[in-house]
Design a protein around this ligand. Structure first.
Ligand code: HEM
Length: 160
């Protein structure tokens, strides 16, 4: 097995654990938590569960980013960023960048405190914002998974 195949395998493994987790949180956990206890309790349950998942996501985001950039380097495919036909490479990078910013910069520095403060004032609305953010990120991620899969197997235009 060559390095690119190994990188591709680890890349997909990272994507499966990461985006699969986002899907589980968005479509199962959040709707279930919505029906539990008081609004304050919902925020508390969500924070406890999401905190564990955030560590997993940080690791899988790093793995996916590292293997993705490695493949671009090994395939000498940086010029894909110059072609609109490779929009699915831009989409992968954009999704990765958004999650990296949220998980490594915004959440620890700003979002965590912002949500805690806001949840004290209006827990109901805060929970709705959390749900909406998850739905948006999941939708973007799933479109990207489908596009990357089709694109890297030559189904879309812009391939070698
Ligand atoms: C730094 C960010 C990323 C970079 C640089 C990157 C780069 C790449 C590259 C170079 C390939 C191989 C393309 C080819 O064989 O022609 C690939 C495949 C793929 N990537 Fe990414 N990627 C990144 C993030 C993501 C993210 C966030 C997702 C999911 C949301 C994703 C999903 C996939 C999928 C599903 C494949 C197809 C694997 C296959 O079936 O062979 N990637 N990526």
């Amino acid at each position: 097995m060559d390095e690119i195949t190994l990188a591709r395998g680890l890349h997909v493994l990272g994507v499966v654990i990461w985006i699969g987790g986002v899907s589980m949180v968005t479509t199962v956990l959040l709707p279930a938590i919505r029906t539990m206890g008081t609004p304050e309790e919902r925020i508390r349950i969500f924070s406890a569960l999401e905190n564990r998942f955030a560590w997993q996501s940080r690791f899988t985001t790093l793995l996916t980013g590292f293997t993705g950039f490695y493949m671009l380097y090994a395939l000498n495919a940086w010029d894909r960023y110059e072609s609109i036909g490779y929009w699915w490479v831009h989409a992968m990078t954009a999704v990765w960048f958004i999650f990296t910013m949220v998980l490594f910069v915004l959440e620890p520095l700003i979002l965590h405190k912002w949500f805690q403060d806001r949840a004290r004032v209006n827990p109901e609305q805060t929970f709705r914002i959390i749900e909406r953010m998850h739905r948006v990120l999941l939708t973007l991620s799933l479109i990207t998974v489908l596009a990357a899969l089709l694109g890297s197997h030559g189904v879309m235009f812009g391939n070698d």
